[in-house]
Design a protein around this ligand. Structure first.
Ligand SMILES: [Zn+2]
Length: 430
């Protein structure tokens, strides 16, 4: 099977490429990128005026399967990814049961390979049951292909346990992903502690809760030499600690979410439960610090932290709402609208942070259209105007703080291993 994508502007940070070219795909892999390819193909896709990029890679999602299918499952979650132009996702282990053994890692991988629409990587738990006490079977899970380890949703509070985990995983060159928020400092709050929380009378979570946790994680990375990846960095203090740690050569990387890059705590002012998330949406000075860090390379990747919940779970008072919301179908559009069309970032920078760099951190065979690589491709119309309408989402967790937002820029086709999984916003039948 040969597919020829013609006349697209190919933007591929992995080869420093930004030029109008043809892309030939054969048997699921990239066969050639040239100015003009005349070879006959089974299908030709005219991409004139469109962007052709390596498929987007989102290393922080929650697919909720097994056990929490009222929120999402592997099928609906990967359909949402395909719709959003995302070709590889990594799912977090806070399911029911928790992904803390190799049988669960292979179970998810098998089901995703059979019924998923995009590539699924699995993040295993650091501790059994995410309880922060006994180490999970990380070696076994690594053997079954776990991408990394995380107790996401929980901070591994015990420094001893986290250090043991770091020593253990460095033996097989894996990465710990830390949900770095001090539990004791954050457990009494529901949103960012600041002017807005004081004004609307909601108990706040100080940015300090994030800063101290990140500081500890950096020290453990330095002491053990293990690679630590800080999930969803949202405070300017944490950003500065990571910047300094990188300068000192400590093996630490980090990601920022779409919402922490584009929304402030003002979004919580009307008690909309769609805005309740961990870490919380912060004030403008924090958002600006994260953007600056994305620019100077302190922040390595943009992620969604796609965390769907059943609608009725979010239909409660602000403080009782579970943290998180869906993000796979809005991430690209929101980032292009807020960071590209505002001239803050180049398209190369954005594709780098949403595809090539996260793939490199976790050594994934993704994020590049080099000849011989899997043909995971996202085709983007940079100027397509659209309005976020959650009723059109494929995810089960419809609630989003971006509801009704006018966006500019959207994925118009998604291809995984040379096969279209989405065209014109519609996910293709398998
Ligand atoms: Zn988290």
């Amino acid at each position: 099977m040969k597919t020829l994508i013609k006349n697209g502007r190919i933007v591929d940070p992995s080869q420093n490429l930004d030029a109008v070219m043809d892309l030939l795909i054969e048997d699921g892999v990239v066969k050639a990128i040239e100015k003009k390819i005349t070879e006959k193909a089974d299908e030709t896709y005219e991409a004139k005026g469109l962007l052709v990029t390596p498929g987007l890679v989102d290393v922080h999602t929650h697919l909720r399967e097994p056990g929490l299918e009222a929120k999402e499952d592997i099928v609906t979650g990967t359909m949402a990814a395909a719709a959003g132009g995302v070709t590889t996702i990594a799912c977090m282990p806070n399911t029911k049961p928790i992904v803390d053994s190799s049988i669960l890692v292979s179970g998810i991988k098998d089901r995703a390979a059979r019924e998923g629409y995009v590539n699924v990587e699995v993040v295993g738990a650091i501790t059994k049951g995410l309880e922060g006490k006994e180490l999970a079977e990380m070696g076994d899970m690594a053997q079954k292909g776990a991408m990394a380890f995380s107790d996401d949703g929980h901070y591994v509070s015990s420094t001893r346990t986290f250090t043991l985990a770091a020593e253990y995983i460095s033996a097989f060159d894996k990465i710990l992903i830390s949900h770095s928020i001090d539990h004791e400092l954050s457990s009494d709050g529901y949103m960012h502690e600041g002017v807005v929380s004081a004004r609307i009378g909601v108990p706040g979570i100080p940015a300090l809760a994030e800063d101290v946790a990140v500081a500890r994680d950096i020290l453990v990375a330095e002491y053990t030499g293990a690679r630590v990846h800080i999930a969803h960095v949202a405070s300017k203090g944490a950003i500065e600690l990571i910047r300094q740690a990188k300068k000192r050569g400590i093996p630490v990387t980090c990601e920022a979410t779409v919402h922490h890059l584009t929304l402030t705590d003002e979004a919580c002012a009307d008690y909309n439960t769609a805005t309740r998330v961990s870490p919380p949406l912060r004030s403008k000075d924090h958002v600006e610090a994260i953007r600056e860090a994305l620019k100077d390379g302190t922040v390595d990747a943009i992620v969604t932290d796609h965390a769907p919940h059943a609608p009725e779970e979010k239909d409660v008072e602000f403080r009782y709402a579970p943290c998180g919301f869906c993000g796979l179908e809005t991430s690209l559009g929101v980032i292009l609208t807020e960071l590209y069309h505002t001239n803050l970032f180049t398209i190369n920078e954005i594709i780098g942070k949403m595809s090539t760099e996260p793939a490199n951190i976790f050594s994934l065979n993704a994020g590049s259209l080099k000849v011989g690589n899997p043909a995971d491709v996202t085709i983007i119309d940079l100027n397509k105007e659209w309005i976020v309408d959650s009723m059109k989402f494929y995810t089960r967790g419809k609630l989003t703080p971006f509801e009704g937002k006018s966006c500019k820029g959207k994925a118009v086709a998604t291809m995984v291993a040379g096969k279209f999984v989405m065209r014109d916003g519609v996910v293709c039948t398998r």
